[in-house]
Write a protein of this length. Structure first.
Length: 326
């Protein structure tokens, strides 16, 4: 039993980031810091002047972080059976291995061992880019990122409609621009896909200037699309902002079944809560007494349990009604 309690404690520390435990908070802070340190080392080692001096430090950080993440991955795989959906010792763990976060853990950790074993194979060096997947692990340890994911999931239909509208506008504008500019600039607007590059740059209001219209119709289309671009990308931002407002509202709403108004004095509110707790305790004692009476009258046999429960509930309701109508 004690081992099972420890098992669940470790599971909550590693897996359930909403679990209020000092070790859980410490684990989140340490792993998040290690992820940031590892990603920073990966970026800085691409600077030749730094890599020549601190190559040993960057390599040490990579090895240390990989060992820690391997231990973390193993512990999560070992403890995942504490959750009901993964409780089978074999199939439960296999099911956990296919979850998105477990896949991210794997692809961001184990390619490093391939590089250690087959370090002479140059094409495997591209696997070093998979270390960047570790930045996705921060979502597990950050309440803010999890809130963002929940907002996107909650507003997925609105966001999908918005992005579908953007794609529709891009296709229409690029097609019209192709027919307007192809004769004047056959190299720049050689096809509709080539015109889409101009459409993306214009719609996002970046404006590299490598491709631009020269005809009057093309300039009118370009100006119209630029104005649309300003408004189109405001829509997803507004949707996400409203989603965050709803998320914050859900968090700050009181969870208690009694909702006191701000005008209620604290002493009165505490008295009401205290009286309510006393009433619940009294009701529980009354129900126990009714159950004993029913067992005495009907006999405490296993075959009579349903009848005993029904009779006890009848006695309880009758007593409550008589008490309230005195």
């Amino acid at each position: 039993m004690k081992q099972k309690v420890i098992w669940h404690e470790l599971y909550h520390i590693l897996q359930n980031t909403s679990y209020t435990h000092g070790f859980n908070e410490l684990e989140q802070i340490l792993l998040s810091t290690l992820i940031i340190l590892d990603i920073s080392a990966f970026i800085l080692e691409t600077l030749p002047q730094l890599n020549q001096i601190y190559a040993w430090l960057f390599e040490s950080i990579a090895i240390f972080s990989t060992i820690i993440f391997t231990i973390d991955y193993g512990l999560r795989l070992w403890l995942c059976t504490a959750k009901r959906k993964y409780n089978h010792p074999l199939w439960g763990r296999l099911r956990y291995l296919l979850t998105p976060m477990a896949i991210i853990d794997f692809i961001s950790t184990f390619p490093f061992y391939l590089l250690l074993i087959f370090h002479s194979l140059t094409f495997l060096k591209t696997l070093r880019l998979l270390r960047l997947a570790r930045i996705l692990k921060i979502g597990r340890h950050s309440q803010s990122i999890r809130s963002l994911v929940r907002v996107v999931i909650r507003k997925r239909e609105e966001l999908l409609i918005t992005f579908s509208t953007i794609c529709f506008l891009l296709i229409i504008a690029s097609s019209l621009m192709f027919f307007a500019e192809h004769d004047a600039q056959p190299e720049a607007f050689s096809s509709i896909p080539a015109a889409m590059w101009w459409g993306v740059i214009t719609l996002t209001t970046v404006g590299y200037g490598d491709i631009y219209p020269v005809t009057i119709i093309g300039k009118l289309l370009g100006a119209s699309l630029a104005f649309f671009g300003i408004g189109v990308f405001v829509l997803p931002a507004g949707i996400v902002a409203s989603g965050f407002a709803e998320e914050v509202k859900d968090k700050i709403e009181p969870k208690n079944y009694i909702n006191f108004t701000p005008q209620t004095p604290p002493d009165i509110a505490n008295n009401l809560l205290s009286n309510n707790d006393q009433q619940l305790e009294a009701d529980a004692q009354l129900l126990k007494q009714c159950l004993k009476v029913a067992q005495t009258e009907l006999g405490n046999l296993e075959s009579n349990q349903e009848a005993i429960s029904s009779w006890a509930m009848f006695l309880y309701c009758q007593t409550k009604w008589l008490t309230n109508n005195k």
